[in-house]
Design a protein around this ligand. Structure first.
Ligand code: F6P
Length: 388
């Protein structure tokens, strides 16, 4: 029997959590252990690596977790090269790589979305650490893979929410806006909107015109349909906002907003008993609140808003996600056995295949303007906010 080219791996989960992370950890770990590879679990993403917090992932530790939501390893949005340590933001690349080496880790398997691909590539380029990634995100926006795990579960949750909103909207003859996650990519809002039969779907890739949306909703009323469901992605913007963003120095605006947030959070940390090493973010109101007020103003029809938020990321994964995670995880272990590193394990067609991480990192998969889902949505009379 051939022996494994890899003796020991580390696994971490990074970025926003999603259903399927435990199934993927289990898939990698069980198959790696079966190939004679030692597995170290790193806690709380890249922060745990920098702070040397680990657990041994023996068979018993990954047993019985297939159906569990969340991640047994914990996660964080920390970047190795920009980590809040006490009061200071520090580059922790050196300590992270040193810890990995001391633990005997020959390849670090990172389960995460777009940010994680970039952070993993950073560890490879700046620290010479071998890495491998698995595409995880409910946003489904990781490039070079047909699908990311977590998306199918979130799609089911968001679709069920729209179904439920339909019955109450119908009873009260109301319009209900359902805000769905997705800051830059609209896959989830578009998919759930089509599956749930939303009357209007608004996604970041297609800036909307409020007058077009209002006219569509009023036309539905006139034709005797006394309710409407509007599925809107968190990142949907109007045509005017899109033009303003295009014309502005986006980076400078973001920097200014981040600075404002940092000052507010610094103030919070100074209050007695509020010390924390966790990166804090300013709590935002649902993005669609303003949109809900505007639509009510434009149409004179009663509007309600439901923001699904983190419900979309919680709970047990669907069978499709469990299957996907197990396929991705076990393929990762087979590649590690053969000594294939510095790739993302992607889904392309019916296969799980390695794609060089260098190709993937920094790219985002958005909904293309000619995508078949958009065509289908239009053909069943759904308004996408851009034209009547
Ligand atoms: O990365 C996935 C995602 O679910 C986005 O769609 C969402 O905007 C974001 O995470 C929010 O995550 P958190 O509240 O954990 O920062």
């Amino acid at each position: 029997m051939k022996s494994s080219k890899t003796g020991c791996i580390g696994i971490l989960t990074s970025g926003g959590d999603c259903p399927g992370l435990n199934a993927a950890i289990r898939g990698v770990a069980k198959a790696a252990l079966a190939h004679g590879i030692k597995v170290v679990g790193i806690l709380d993403g890249f922060r745990g690596l920098a702070e040397n917090r680990t657990i041994p992932l023996v068979d018993l530790a990954v047993s019985g977790i297939l159906t569990h939501g969340g991640t047994i390893l914990g996660t964080s949005r920390d970047k190795p090269h920009k980590m809040l340590m006490g009061e200071q933001i520090m580059d922790m690349t050196g300590p992270a790589v040193k810890n990995a080496r001391r633990l005997g880790i020959e390849c670090l398997v990172c389960l995460g979305g777009g940010g994680t691909q970039k952070n993993a590539l950073h560890l490879l380029k700046e620290g010479g650490l071998n890495v491998m990634t698995l595409p995880k995100t409910i946003d489904n926006d990781v490039a070079f893979t047909d699908i990311s795990f977590g998306f199918d579960t979130a799609l089911s949750i968001a679709t069920e929410a729209i179904d439920r909103l339909h019955t109450t909207a119908t009873s009260h003859h109301r319009m209900i806006i359902c805000e769905i996650m997705g800051h830059t990519a609209g896959w989830l809002a578009l998919g759930a909107g089509i599956a749930g039969g939303a009357d209007v779907i608004m996604i970041p890739e297609i800036p909307y015109d409020l007058e077009v949306v209002a006219a569509h909703l009023l036309e539905r009323r006139r034709s005797g349909k006394r309710f409407s469901i509007i599925a809107v992605a968190e990142g949907a913007v109007s045509k005017t906002e899109a033009a303003r963003i295009r014309g502005s120095n986006k980076k400078a605006l973001e920097k200014k907003a981040a600075q404002r947030d940092r000052e507010l959070l610094k103030m919070i940390r100074k209050l007695p008993g509020r010390e924390t090493t966790q990166e804090l973010h300013v709590v935002q109101e649902p993005m669609a609140s303003r949109l809900a007020r505007q639509i009510q103003y434009q149409t004179g029809i009663e509007v309600r808003l439901t923001s699904l938020g983190h419900v979309q990321r919680g709970g047990t994964p669907t069978p499709t996600d469990r299957l996907l995670c197990t396929r991705l995880g076990t393929t990762a272990a087979e590649l590690l056995f053969r000594g294939v590193y510095n790739v993302m394990v992607a889904v392309q067609g019916a296969e799980c295949v390695p794609v060089p991480l260098e190709k993937v990192a920094g790219k985002v998969k958005l909904v293309p303007p000619d995508h078949a889902w958009l065509r289908s949505a239009k053909l069943v009379g759904t308004c996408l906010g851009d034209e009547l």
